[in-house]
Design a protein around this ligand. Structure first.
Ligand code: ARG
Length: 592
């Protein structure tokens, strides 16, 4: 465990330090520096498994190794040690150290979490919907996971550069612009449409489908559309004007959805595919000159030994098509070069569907060969599984089309409204709306973040929006309940100092030890890029709090000192839940 300035060292760190010292005193030099393997334990506060892992190398029975270490194990935080089972060292810390830890965390800034990622510049590519198309279920996960990672990394001190890689370029826009040009009465600007923020994109989506139909059935329209693509690429002013209108109107709808979801993305984070047009020739030339891109059947391709199709034939990355056009791959090559050279990224995360894994492997391999991606820059594809419908298949409408994201959110909010209305029948309609929105959206986000990223999951509002179980509402409710307890604390008692001389009750002990792990849960997310590490931590924390609250009266405790310590426990738990939810991008209302 590395120590970071401004961070509070968890008791686990102090115990690990003590075991390391004991190892240095008791064991031969060549193994004394090994990881002391200190973990939480069901039988004591902590256990060290180091003897079991070193016994073979030392050619000694594990219990003997454990015994030797235990004999040397002394530290002011350690109250008792015990050799158990085949060679575990069980460790109990002192009551004073438990309360001191609570006191230190209560006083610390940022809940005692440091900024180990200071100095990193992390580009996070996420959300990235396509212009003139409604955001659908396929954009849910990238948006939610990407945003949670942006929050966590930036909390840990990294400079995060959010990049919304909008699909804003391609031949389809020539077709759409031509169609719009031929239908001057079509309404798609927000100021001429009634309805919500989705109205422009809904209208554009429809025009797009009509354009596609005409393109497929009317050869002369198809010719005019192709001519329009040429005009767009040549920078024809009138064509570009319509195009930038399309982009702007689409972004209005996207932004409304981002605001509703509570994600950090703003228009300033947009750097769509078109951003990189001006570099495509240059990048291609560079790859050709270096012999990395070669001609194959009229196209310019990069080949790799490691990427082969099912037929055993090599799968190339196509830099330029045989018709001279650039596609998705060329853009991503120019993009990665830009992110390294112009944005100065030390890390680049691509939060994109698992199905694009090979595309990114090829882009990274090409960038490495070209010398853009060096050893001091890390490019990572952060893949995720599919959102499934009730039938266990990728979520679609009955007619097979994709479901707009706003509809999915509405269904969760609707479910939340039913449940909340039932639980709190006398909420006024305005508060009910607010609570239902926070609970519904929070539950969708939590359901998405609380499983292993790569796993598929079923979008089931009945399971997601549930006051019991591992759900967003459960955590929001746990947080709100703590706030409500704290509202009843007399002002004079709210900030009493923690009394470190008291005996610690078992449920208090478990809760402090859990609170002490917050920083580790957050850094685990940064290391593994798995937000569920934090989600799972918060769930366990909420449970520890419930057990504590059942076993230990807070406001009704007779002894003022006991009351004071318990109030401090409530406060720190409430703050930790609130911060954890914030890092996941989930609202934590004071009342629910
Ligand atoms: N717009 C793409 C899609 O909807 C996602 C883009 C992901 N980012 C990237 N740099 N390729 O599939």
């Amino acid at each position: 465990m590395t120590e970071v300035q401004g961070s509070v060292r968890p008791l686990a760190g102090a115990v690990a330090g003590a075991v390391s010292q004991a190892m240095a005193a008791a064991l031969p030099a060549e193994v004394a520096g090994a990881d002391p393997l200190v973990r939480r334990s069901d039988h004591a506060d902590f256990q060290s498994n180091v003897a079991l892992s070193l016994a073979k190398r030392l050619k000694q029975p594990p219990r003997e190794v454990a015994g030797a270490v235990t004999e040397q194990l002394h530290d002011e935080v350690i109250a008792a040690t015990e050799l158990s089972g085949p060679g575990f060292v069980n460790i109990t810390v002192t009551d004073v150290s438990i309360w001191s830890q609570l006191a230190v965390r209560t006083r610390a800034d940022r809940l005692g979490v440091g900024t180990p990622l200071a100095g990193e510049r992390v580009v996070i590519d996420y959300s990235s919907p396509n212009i003139a198309k409604q955001m659908h279920v396929g954009h849910l996960r990238t948006t939610i996971i990407g945003d949670a990672l942006a929050r966590v990394l930036s909390f840990l001190g990294a400079q995060v550069i959010r990049q919304n890689h909008l699909g804003d370029w391609g031949t389809q826009f020539g077709m759409l612009i031509q169609y719009i040009d031929e239908h001057p009465d079509a309404k798609w600007h927000h100021d001429e449409l009634a309805g919500d923020a989705d109205a422009p994109i809904v209208a554009l989506d429809r025009l797009y489908r009509q354009a596609r139909e005409k393109f497929d059935s009317d050869a002369r329209f198809a010719d005019r559309a192709r001519a329009r693509v040429v005009a767009l690429q040549a920078g024809d002013a009138a064509t570009l004007q319509v195009w930038s209108d399309l982009v702007a109107e689409s972004q209005l709808s996207f932004q409304a959805l981002y605001d509703r979801l509570g994600v950090l993305l703003t228009p300033e984070d947009s750097a769509g595919e078109s951003t990189y047009n001006e570099y495509l020739d240059e990048v291609t030339d560079e790859l050709v000159r270096a012999g990395i891109a070669v001609e194959s059947n009229g196209a310019l391709c990069v080949f790799f030994d490691e990427f082969k199709g099912p037929d055993g034939q090599p799968v190339p990355l196509i830099v330029r098509k045989s018709d001279g056009g650039y596609g998705y791959a060329a853009t991503d090559l120019a993009t990665i070069r830009y992110r390294i050279r112009k944005l100065g990224a030390t890390k680049i995360l691509y939060v994109v569907d698992a199905r694009q894994a090979q595309h990114f492997q090829m882009v990274f391999a090409t960038a490495r060969r070209a010398g853009w991606l060096t050893d001091d820059v890390q490019a990572t594809h952060v893949p995720f599984g599919t959102v499934l419908g009730p039938d266990g298949k990728p979520f679609k409408t009955r007619s097979g089309s994709t479901i707009p994201l706003s509809e999915l959110l509405n269904s969760a909010v609707q479910r939340a409204r039913e449940i909340v209305a039932e639980k709190a029948p006398d909420l006024d309609p305005h508060t009910l709306d607010q609570v239902a929105e926070a609970a519904g959206i929070g539950s969708v986000k939590y359901a998405d973040l609380s499983g292993a990223r790569i796993k598929d999951y079923v979008f089931d509002v009945n399971r997601m929006v549930n006051f019991t179980g591992n759900t967003g509402v459960y955590l929001q409710y746990a947080h709100a309940r703590i706030r409500s307890i704290l509202r009843n604390v007399p002002a004079t008692e709210a900030t009493a100092a923690v009394d470190v001389s008291l005996v610690v009750a078992p449920a208090e002990r478990a809760l402090v030890l859990e609170l002490d792990e917050f920083g580790k849960a957050v850094t685990d997310v940064a290391d593994s890029l798995e937000p569920h590490r934090l989600a799972g931590y918060l769930y366990t924390l909420a449970h520890s709090f419930t057990s504590f609250y059942e076993a230990c009266p807070v406001l009704k405790a007779d002894d003022a000192r006991v009351r004071g310590n318990r109030i401090a426990l409530c406060t720190l738990t409430g703050d930790t839940l609130a911060k954890g939810l914030e890092l996941l991008g989930i609202a934590a209302p004071e009342r629910i």
